[in-house]
Design a protein around this ligand. Structure first.
Ligand code: SF4
Length: 222
């Protein structure tokens, strides 16, 4: 079932090019297929914190500010004053809290070329969704990212209740799919796209949905 849903979403929306990173010589992150070097991996980790509790467009504006201020590197964030850093990332919201989180992240990633999920989770302010986003999109480790979009779609489809603990749903995906970081990256991005375009919180667009045949929610209402 998971594989079938993935194939249908991919055929409708195509490859999503996640995670957005800043191309050479530019300031704004773009969907170019994910990180290609250490700087990009660090940028993914920064973006995963900046997008906590806010839309990506706000996190993206904060990344643009960091790029323009020359602050998008572990050394620069470590050296920056907390008020300066917070002001730079203001568009992302919760900027004082997120500035402290970026500091902790920068100190950790400066010392580690290969971070672990457990160590990220031990950092104050990094929960499983953020840690898995960093591990999957930044470092190519096969952890399936679970977010509110995933819970909404797959509770409607009927594969989860939706309120299970994070790791229970993550393991359901990881056990039901081939172990592949590339697959998990694409699938999560497609889930986000589908949640925005069709499986909306209210009045989902079921008649036009590519996975309607797999979904209990639509069938419940026929
Ligand atoms: S059929 Fe409706 S509820 Fe089910 S996944 Fe599609 S849009 Fe969401």
């Amino acid at each position: 079932m998971l594989g079938e849903i993935y194939e249908k979403l991919l055929s409708v929306y195509g490859s999503q090019g996640w995670w957005p990173v800043t191309p050479e010589g530019q300031a704004k992150p773009e969907y170019t297929g994910g990180p290609a070097n250490f700087s990009h991996r660090f940028e993914v980790a920064v973006g995963a914190i900046l997008t906590q509790n806010t839309a990506w467009k706000n996190a993206s504006r904060a990344i643009e500010n960091l790029n323009r201020a020359g602050l998008l590197s572990p050394n620069a964030i470590r050296a920056a004053g907390l008020p300066e850093l917070a002001e730079t990332i203001r568009p992302a919201g919760y900027f004082n809290q997120k500035a402290e989180r970026l500091k902790r992240l920068a100190f950790y990633l400066s010392a580690k070329t290969n971070p672990t999920r457990e160590a990220l989770l031990a950092l104050n302010g990094i929960g499983p969704e953020t840690a898995d986003s960093i591990m999957l999109y930044g470092y190519g480790e096969p952890y399936f990212v679970i977010d509110a979009y995933t819970r909404r779609i797959f509770s409607r489809v009927g594969l989860v209740k939706g309120d299970e603990p994070y790791d229970e749903i993550r393991l359901m995906f990881e056990r039901g799919l081939p172990r592949s970081a590339e697959l998990y990256q694409e699938f999560h991005a497609l889930i986000v796209e589908h949640a925005k375009r069709h499986c909306r919180p209210r009045e989902p667009l079921c008649p036009a949905c590519s996975i309607v045949q797999c979904c209990d929610y639509k069938q419940d209402r026929e």
